[in-house]
Design a protein around this ligand. Sequence first.
Ligand SMILES: Cc1ncc(COP(=O)(O)O)c(C=O)c1O
Length: 355
Amino acid sequence: MAAEKIEAYQRLIKVFPRKKLISRPTPIAEMESLNREFNGPNISIKRDDLTGLAFGGNKSRKLEFILADAKQKGYQTVVTWGSLQSNWCMQLAAAASKIGLKPVLVLFKTYDLPSTYDGNIFLERLLGAEIIVKDSPVRGKSLDQEIAFSVLQELAEKNKEKWPHPYLVSVGGSTTGGNLHQPLGALAYFSVIIELMEQLGAENMPDYIVLATGSGGTQSGLLVGAKALGLKTKILGICVSDRKDEFQPVVERISRELVNMLGLEIKIEPEDIILFDEYLGPGYGYITEGIAKIIEATFKKEGVVLDPVYTGKAMLGLVDLLQKNYFSKEDRILFLHTGGTPALFAFREKILSYL
Ligand SMILES: Cc1ncc(COP(=O)(O)O)c(C=O)c1O
């Protein structure tokens, strides 16, 4: 039954253009030190930081579909936005450059960090991406999509000679808008559920997948995939930028768009969307002592490098939930490492100030 469903969904996914950019499946490993420490639920990690494009990460999976869409429709330039050390922007620049699209990145200063060639900005410079740094009307949270798109449209109009046939896409490749008309980013994570079924077998699927939630596409894709395959796997998102009451409707909307796009006969209920915003701290891109310490500990004990904006916060959340006995002893938990590690270097001073 599971095999038939997997085949049917694989056929469905094949309908969408996809440009191969990464190595699949990404590895899964036990988190040995955490398992020893908590001696209860089984915790493993899926290494989507090892996708193989640039320094890896969840965005490279999304870009396989999004940039294939842009390329197929004849666009020549891709314009997007993000924060200063945006991992999405760097991944997009790497993917676009590899497949022959011109990358343009509008970086908003949503936190206090110099816009020097460090971390992701350094890599974007090496890739020859066009980088425009802008002040931000908000700090520590995500920028309103309408405001960001209007900045992009204005810039695209002004630079139409330099940026031929531009494809405008929102931060994170999660929400539709601009020239992205379908939730193709979330589709990439729908397909990760199938990848996991093939890797682990239907009977060994995790009870929980724990991940960092930023723009919502990763959580939505996993959630819709798990429901479509009739799994009891719960998708638990740790908010990195917005409060859960603000963000829950975003995940719900992307999930419903994906259900409609694929013509699935499932319903996404509000209670399917599990979000924790207790670990936001002062907000998006702000480093706390907890984040610095968990990055240090995970590197020392597991040999795994986390990033300061996404996976550090998500691991902080996972460990806190383990300490609070949120999970049962029998639960199998899969932590999804979504990448983002180059930003670690740009945040070095903030991190070291806590250690
Ligand atoms: C490294 C990393 N992890 C997690 C996320 C969150 O994924 P999503 O935007 O799909 O919620 C992002 C992007 O926002 C990211 O760059």
